[in-house]
Design a binder for this molecule. Structure first.
Ligand code: PLP
Length: 401
C-alpha cells in the first residue's frame, strides 16, 4: 500500500479545467471561450511577427550564453518594463525611486510582491475586488496575507458598484493593501472611469491604503499602452508608494514564456534599494533567478524604437479584433431578438465579457452547443471569430428563452 493512499484527487482548476473538458469533446463545432488567450480569426494561437523577429535576432547572436541571470533578472528588461507601465518621463524613475525585479509572469510577480509584504509590511490584510480573477485569493493567502473583499460589480446594472466600492475601502483599516486591476478587470470587463479612479485615489491616499496594481492587460483593453496605464500613473503622479505586477502574457502573446515584472515605487531611492535587497531574499529560495529567453525577447523589442512601433501595431490589431467581436456578438443577439439588455457586451472592456448567464445556462450551452466557458458566465471574446459568433448567439438565445 502506498504511503500516499490518503491523498485525495483534487478538483481541476476552475479556469484551466474548462480547456481539459473542451479537449475531450469530439464535436467539430465545439468552442473554447474559457481560457484568456488570444486566438486569430481562424481560431489559432498567435505568435506576433515582432516576437519571431526578436527570437531570430537572439538566435543569431553567438555571444549569448546560458549563464544564470542575476537574482533580479535582466537589468535592461527591468528598466524598460518600469518605463512601459509608469511612462517614459516618469519622475519616479528619474529619481531612482523605483525598484523592478523580473518575475515569472503576472502570477509570479504578484506572489513575490505579496511575500515581501507579508514579511515587511505592517498590515497583513489585502482587499481584493468581488469578483476577481480566481487565482488572486490563493496567491495572497499562500503568501501569508489575510484576504478580504470589497464590492466591485453590480449584477443589476452589469457595471461598477462604485458606491459599494467607496464604502468598503472607506471602512477598511488604515494601511490595508488594496488589489486593483490596472485595466480590463477580469472577469467583469468593467473598469472605473478616470474620474472614479481619481476618487478612489483620493480615498486610498487619505486612509494610507497601499495600492497593489495587477497589470495583466496593458494595451489589450483600448489598444493603447499609455491609455491602459493611466490608473497606475495617477497613483504614481501623487508621489505616493505603490506596487505593480506586470505580465507580458497577453500583450506580447508570451503566455508560456512566463515573463513579468514586479515594480515597487517608493518615496526615496534609498528605500527602493533596501526593498530590492529584500526582494532578492524572497526570490532566491523561491526560484533562485528567472529564465532568460522570454525577458530577452521583451527587452529586444522594448529597446528598439522600430520594433516597439511594430509591436504597438500588432497589439492594436489584437485589441481591435476583440472590440469587433463584441460588436458582432451584440448585433447577432439583436438580430435574433434575444430578450434582455445586452449592451454590456459592447460596454465592457478587455478580453472578457461577463455575460450575466448563470451556471445552469452555461451548463446548457456546454451540453447542447458544445460551448465551453467558466460557470460564472465569463466568455473570452478573444476565443471568438466571425465564423463562430452565430453559433454562440444561437446558444445564448436558446439558453435565455
Ligand atoms: N492577473 C489577471 C487579472 C489575469 O487575468 C491573469 C491571467 O489570466 C494574470 C494576472 C496572470 O497571468 P500570467 O501569470 O500568465 O501572467
Amino acid at each position: 500500500d502506498s504511503i500516499f493512499s490518503h491523498v485525495v484527487l483534487a478538483p481541476e482548476d476552475p479556469i484551466l479545467g474548462v480547456t481539459v473538458a473542451y479537449n475531450k469533446d469530439p464535436s467539430p463545432v465545439k468552442l473554447n471561450l474559457g481560457v484568456g488567450a488570444y486566438r486569430t480569426e481562424e481560431g489559432k494561437p498567435l505568435v506576433l511577427n515582432v516576437v519571431r523577429k526578436a527570437e531570430q535576432m537572439l538566435l543569431n547572436d553567438r555571444a549569448r550564453v546560458k549563464e544564470y541571470l542575476p537574482i533580479v533578472g535582466i537589468a535592461d528588461f527591468n528598466k524598460l518594463s518600469a518605463k512601459l507601465i509608469l511612462g517614459a518621463d516618469s519622475p519616479a524613475i528619474q529619481e531612482n525611486r523605483v525598484t523592478t525585479v523580473q518575475c515569472l509572469s503576472g502570477t509570479g510577480s504578484l506572489r513575490v510582491g505579496a511575500e515581501f509584504m507579508a514579511r515587511h509590511y505592517h498590515q497583513k490584510t489585502i482587499y481584493i475586488p468581488q469578483p476577481t480573477w480566481g487565482n488572486h485569493p490563493k496567491i495572497f493567502t499562500l503568501a501569508g496575507l489575510s484576504v478580504k473583499t470589497y464590492r466591485y460589480y453590480d449584477p443589476t446594472t452589469r457595471g461598477l458598484n462604485f458606491q459599494g466600492l467607496l464604502e468598503d475601502l472607506g471602512s477598511a483599516p488604515s494601511g490595508s493593501i488594496v488589489l486593483l486591476h490596472a485595466c480590463a478587470h477580469n472577469p467583469t470587463g468593467v473598469d472605473p472611469t478616470l474620474q472614479q479612479w481619481e476618487q478612489i485615489r483620493q480615498l486610498m491616499r487619505s486612509k494610507a491604503l497601499l495600492p497593489f496594481f495587477d497589470s495583466a492587460y496593458q494595451g489589450f483593453a483600448s489598444g493603447s499602452l499609455d491609455q491602459d496605464a493611466q490608473s497606475v500613473r495617477m497613483f504614481v503622479a501623487d508621489s505616493g508608494e505603490c506596487f505593480v505586477a506586470q505580465s507580458y502574457a497577453k500583450n506580447m502573446g508570451l503566455y508560456g514564456e512566463r515573463v513579468g515584472a514586479l515594480s515597487v515605487v517608493c518615496k526615496t531611492a534609498d528605500v527602493a534599494s533596501r526593498i530590492e535587497s529584500q526582494l532578492k531574499l524572497v526570490i532566491r529560495p523561491m526560484f533562485s533567478n528567472p529564465p532568460i529567453h522570454g525577458a530577452s525577447i521583451v527587452a529586444t523589442i522594448l529597446k528598439d524604437s522600430n520594433m516597439f512601433r511594430e509591436w504597438t501595431i500588432e497589439l492594436k490589431a489584437m485589441a481591435d479584433r476583440i472590440i469587433s467581436m463584441r460588436k458582432q456578438l451584440f448585433d447577432a443577439l439583436r438580430t435574433r431578438g434575444t430578450p434582455g439588455d445586452w449592451s454590456h457586451i459592447i460596454k465592457q472592456i478587455g478580453m472578457f465579457t461577463f455575460t450575466g448567464l448563470n451556471s445552469k445556462q452555461v451548463e446548457f450551452m456546454t451540453r447542447e452547443y458544445n460551448i465551453y466557458m467558466t460557470s460564472d458566465g465569463r466568455i473570452s471574446m478573444a476565443g471568438l471569430s466571425s465564423k463562430t459568433v452565430s453559433h454562440l448567439a444561437d446558444a445564448i438565445h436558446a439558453a435565455v428563452t
